[in-house]
Design a protein around this ligand. Structure first.
Ligand SMILES: Nc1ncnc2c1ncn2[C@@H]1O[C@H](COP(=O)(O)OP(=O)(O)OP(=O)(O)O)[C@@H](O)[C@H]1O
Length: 243
C-alpha cells in the first residue's frame, strides 16, 4: 500500500502572532519516509511551528518545501490537496457520525487528489488500525480516547497523503494507549509516509522517531537522530528527569 513519501523542509522560519515573532529562524528537514518529532518546553513554539507548516500562520520570513516544491504561498486547503495530512489534538473526529462516515469524510474533504477506489483504500487503512475494524458502525463519540485518536489518524490517511502532521498524538491517553499509538505511527511510516509530529512526551516521541528537533524559545536548540538527542546529557537532565 505504499505511497511515495516526500520530505518536508523548513528554512529560516520566522513566524508569530503580530508582536515579537515566536519562531526565530527555524530550519529542519523531515526526510521522506522518516518520523521527525519536535519536542521542547511549554511555550517554546511547537504549536506555532505545526501551524506554520500547515499554512494556518504565514511566516514573516522563511520557506516551507514539500520535496522541491515551495508550498509557502499555499493555503491550508491547497496544502491538504498537495498531500499534507493533519490530525489536530482535539475535536479531530465527528462524534455523532459513525467511524465509517468519519473515514469517508477524510476523502471527501480532499478535492484535487483522487484517491484509489474508496473500498480498496479503506481496506489498506484498516489493516493499519485493526482495533477500529470492528467499530465501523459505532458512533465515533462512543469510542475510547485511544480509539478516537486512531479514527482521526485513519481518516487523515484515507486520501493517501505524502506527509502526516500530528499535534501531540499521545495527549490525554493512558501510557499503554500512548505506546500502542506510537507503534501504529511506526507502522504508518513503514508504508512510506513522512511523519512530522510535535509531542509533550519526549521519551515516547523521540523513542519512536528517526530524527528529532528540540525547540527552545522559538529556536532549534538541538537536532539530529532521535537516539542522539535522547542520549544527550543536557536533554536528559532538562526533560527526562535523569542525569
Ligand atoms: N493565538 C496566539 N496569539 C498570541 N500569542 C500566542 C498565540 N498562541 C500562542 N502564542 C504564544 O506563542 C508562544 C509559543 O506558544 P506555542 O503554543 O507555540 O508553544 P508550545 O511549545 O506549543 O507550548 P505548549 O507545549 O504549552 O503547547 C507562547 O508565548 C504563547 O503565549
Amino acid at each position: 500500500m505504499s505511497v511515495t513519501a516526500k520530505s518536508l523542509t523548513a528554512t529560516g522560519l520566522v513566524a508569530g502572532y503580530g508582536g515579537q515573532p515566536v519562531l526565530r529562524g527555524v530550519s529542519f528537514t523531515a526526510h521522506a519516509g522518516e518520523i521527525l518529532t519536535v519536542v521542547g518546553p511549554n511555550g517554546s513554539g511547537k504549536s506555532t511551528l505545526i501551524k506554520t507548516v500547515l499554512g494556518l500562520i504565514r511566516p514573516i520570513e522563511g520557506r516551507i518545501l514539500l520535496d522541491e516544491e515551495d508550498i509557502t504561498p499555499l493555503s491550508p486547503s491547497q496544502r491538504a490537496n498537495a498531500g499534507i495530512g493533519y490530525v489536530p489534538q482535539e475535536a479531530n473526529v465527528f462524534p455523532n457520525m459513525t467511524v465509517l462516515e468519519n473515514l469517508r469524510l477524510g476523502v471527501d474533504f480532499i478535492q484535487q487528489r483522487p484517491a484509489k477506489r474508496f473500498d480498496r483504500r479503506l481496506e489498506e487503512v484498516l489493516d493499519l488500525f485493526p482495533e477500529i475494524r470492528p467499530k465501523l458502525s459505532t458512533r465515533a463519540g462512543l469510542l475510547s480516547g485511544g480509539q478516537r485518536q486512531m479514527v482521526a489518524m485513519a481518516s487523515a490517511l484515507m486520501p493517501e497523503p505524502f506527509l502526516l502532521a500530528l499535534d501531540e498524538p499521545s495527549a490525554g491517553l493512558s501510557p499503554r494507549n500512548a505506546e500502542l499509538l506510537f507503534k501504529i505511527i511506526s507502522r504508518i511510516a513503514r508504508t512510506g509516509v513522512t511523519l512530522f509530529l510535535i509531542e509533550q512526551n519526549t521519551r515516547l516521541g523521540l523513542g519512536a522517531s528517526d530524527t528529532g528537533l528540540v525547540l527552545v524559545s522559538g529556536e532549534v536548540k538541538l537536532s539530529g537522530t532521535a537516539s542522539d538527542i535522547l542520549g544527550n546529557p543536557a536533554i536528559r537532565r532538562l526533560y527526562l528527569g535523569g542525569a
